[in-house]
Design a protein around this ligand. Sequence first.
Ligand code: NAP
Length: 532
Amino acid sequence: MATAMSASALVPPAAAVTRQRTLLCVPATARAPREMAAEVAAAAALGADVAELRLDRLSGFAPHRDLPVLLADPRPLPALVTYRPKWEGGEYEGDDEPRFEALMLAMELGAEYVDIELKVADKFMKLISGKKPETCKLIVSSHNYENTPSAEELGNLVAQMQATGADIVKIATTATEIVDVSRMFQILVHCQEKQVPIIGLVMNDRGFVSRVLCPKFGGYLTFGTLEKGKESAPAQPTIADLINVYNIRQIGPDTKVFGIIGKPVGHSKSPILHNEAFRSVGFNAVYVPFLVDDLANFLTTYSSPDFAGFSCTIPHKEAAVRCCDEVDPIARDIGAVNTIIRKSDGKLVGYNTDYVGAISAIEDGIRALQPTETTTSPLAGRLFVVIGAGGAGKALAYGAKEKGARVVIANRTFARAQELGNLIGAPALSLAELENYHPEEGMILANTTAIGMHPNVNETPLSKQALKSYAVVFDAVYTPKDTRLLREAAECGATVVSGLEMFIRQAMGQFEHFTGMPAPDSLMRDIVLAKI
Ligand code: NAP
């Protein structure tokens, strides 16, 4: 079993290897047996395949009284019975003998799976020798709460577990970096080739993708909780998210993997948006959050063609420019890439859909009010004031400049306004100067600062009086959708363009890069309005 495994092993084996579908297991963790039984019924209703009965969580557990209740026939779901001792991360503090007796009783009562820890597996095997019912599968498990060992060590661990007579081996490790998960994927692939049923999961936020992608790599089972707060191990998703957000039932060896690279990334709503959009056009792909510390290391580790494209967010947009083999020229000028595509030759190409999304939203906002036959941008020749000189400010400034606008930069830190102004050949203003700046009528204003963003919804970057000089006002802030700036600009008669439009369009741009298909416009809009 212990063989060297290269990164290319991250490609799942061809369909020649027969595989069963990855089972979805809900851990039942209630303190009382009847509540635990109710959790199992709820798990069945949500679409789980198996329920894990965590006996160590029950208070005052009495095997002969409680197990017949928990394993009463007919059961809503097959049962995986676990009685985890404290020394392996569980809550049971007593001797092994009563624990083993409870597990044996669970077998007699028809439990479909029983979990036993590797450290005591030989002892347990001796005890049950000749007594294990045919229908019960024994899972031999090992939990590492510190790190993820090398692929070779993981291979040795599997061999050791197999030698105990396990029907299924279970390895749970801990990710210190997301690249650790690749070794678990390698071992899953390797076990699949050798026809060894394996549950291989990596705990905590950096290991999250192991829980979603195990059907791709042939994992026997993955865990999903009934609801948030009912986790039996760090960073378990809910079963509803596995089924409804990640479409886990549709994930197979050929499923392409996309995702958002960031730190933090757990709050991102992009998985909701992109997975639903993929599903709507029948694109065989899944979109996951990648909590990444070192972008270059991540991209070299997950270098197989199956990891096909990425969204990039804070703090990796600048590093993404350096990591790509080719970069869209304006994205290079802006110094930020928010979309990476892996081409068929393996090369990484970087784009910036933020600037495309914002500029096209403003152009369409103007065209809607002033229809014209010409293909020239309605920004050409217009005075375009950008407030802010951060990432969004740069994107808007370069984008407007490219369309032929006369750009002016205003920023709280004047030196940063000057710096950006020098880069693109634009005058710089302080925010105080901007208040009285009206060299001409019909100017365009773009706020790219966080002023007015929730919870500071009463703030605005420019007085209503000053807004009277602007014909078009765009606000990058999109929480709330109607900012004070946009409300007051509309009251002054300006055409207003919401940051939500930029958000929707940057996501649609990413979808088109990812799939090569037109984005499902109205669906993506509906999702953003309803869920984001
Ligand atoms: P960033 O790189 O951190 O830049 C922030 C900019 O805002 C800087 O110019 C900063 O000025 C200025 N600023 C921050 N707080 C300020 C305050 N209280 N008063 C005056 N100026 C202030 O951030 P970013 O990535 O560009 O994002 C900026 C905003 O755009 C955020 O609200 C973000 O949510 C929004 N955004 C929206 C979209 C979308 O799709 N709609 C996309 C990207 C970003 P200093 O230089 O003086 O610090």
